[in-house]
Design a protein around this ligand. Structure first.
Ligand code: COA
Ligand code: ZN
Length: 324
């Protein structure tokens, strides 16, 4: 393990998933034009990666039925990676019409959650996804695999770290460049995150590791900090904290991108993110989905966005100066 985990200025990659993980839980369809405009605005905030949409069955996720058109129409900014979620070969075939920079494959470490989310057992998912990995290699599109419920399943309970690392090994051996450890329903806690991320980095030092946490129990930023100190440098997060898996009871949004970016800047990590631009996007997102979002910095302002001094303070100061 390298000793630079807390090196000041260390580069951290912020990957926004609001347009995929966030939107898929929303009840009211967001117009394709609005999605495209929103991704284009996000592209100008300095994010390292944007998960634009998912090429899943439109019956399963009607909100993202327009994935093909969105990917065709977004204006890609050089230096920003555009990734899409694909559950199967059909998804890859569709996505190749406007090839993304990466395919994000998904399966769950929990048998029950996998059956609920993907309507098949884990063994069937592995077999399908290995086919997807081969197809992606032929198309020269890199692959990341997101492992849902890596820190616990809302129906089965604890998930064994050895099992999570076993799935990671299967896909890394097959050629995936990265793995995302997903805390799909906010069950992770900081020492668990540190332990699993450290075990992952020790066993797969060459693989790109991303942490994807939800703030369901208020531990999102604490978990991100624990992962940072364990050397993790890639984080999924969702603008405004939008999100929640539709197949996971009680799920809520990802850790909030702008809140995470704000904390990372204070802690001296380099994200390349233009925080005022990101905050402006977060304000737009509430209007786009038609409800308030859980993000906090948008409401409170940045730490040193100071408030005007109330008039009463000037009077109190004057009185204090006159006092004998
Ligand atoms: N794109 C578009 N349509 C697809 C598709 C894809 N990638 N994969 C399957 N379909 C269609 C099939 O054509 C079929 O359509 P039909 O009913 O009109 O014939 C239908 O979906 C069912 O196909 P099938 O192969 O039987 O899949 P399934 O019903 O077992 O569903 C998934 C499997 C994975 C495709 C589906 O459950 C899904 O998309 N789930 C979404 C998972 C997700 O994104 N969850 C949140 C993120 S973690
Ligand atoms: Zn998620």
């Amino acid at each position: 393990m390298d000793g630079d985990a807390n090196e000041p200025g260390r580069r951290v990659y912020l990957q926004d998933v609001a347009m995929r993980d966030g939107l898929q839980a929303e009840a009211t369809f967001v117009a394709t034009d609005d999605k495209v405009a929103f991704v284009d605005a996000l592209s100008r905030t300095g994010l390292a990666k944007i998960e634009v949409t998912s090429f899943t069955s439109p019956k399963a996720i009607p909100m993202l039925a327009d994935a093909d058109e969105v990917m065709r129409r977004i204006a890609r900014v050089p230096g920003v990676e555009y990734t899409v979620l694909v559950p199967n070969v059909r998804g890859v075939e569709r996505a190749l019409a406007a090839p993304p920079d990466e395919f994000n494959l998904v399966m769950s470490c929990s048998e029950t959650h996998n059956l609920a989310n993907l309507r098949m057992g884990r063994a069937a998912s592995v077999a399908q996804l290995l086919q997807v990995v081969r197809l992606s290699a032929d198309a020269q599109v890199p692959v990341n695999v997101s492992l849902s419920c890596s820190f616990g399943c809302p129906m089965e309970g604890d998930v064994q770290a050895a099992e999570v690392l076993g799935f990671a090994a299967t896909f890394i051996d097959a050629g995936a460049r990265g793995v995302t450890l997903c805390d799909t329903t906010g069950m992770a806690y900081p020492s668990q995150v540190a332990a699993l991320c450290t075990a992952f980095r020790t066993r797969f030092p060459q693989a790109m590791l991303t942490l994807h946490v939800h703030n369901t129990r208020g531990m999102g930023l604490a978990n991100a900090l624990a992962a940072l100190h364990a050397g993790v440098d890639r984080f999924d997060a969702s603008l405004g904290g939008l999100g929640g898996c539709p197949y996971a009871p009680g799920a809520t949004g990802n850790v909030c991108t702008e809140d995470l970016a704000h904390m990372l800047a204070l802690e001296g990590f380099g994200t390349g993110v233009d925080l005022p631009a990101l905050l402006a996007c977060a304000r737009r997102l509430g209007a786009l989905v038609g409800h308030e979002l859980p993000g906090q910095v948008v409401k409170a302002g940045r730490r040193l966005d100071l408030h005007p001094v109330p008039a009463s303070v000037a009077q109190a100061r004057a009185r204090a100066a006159e006092a004998p």
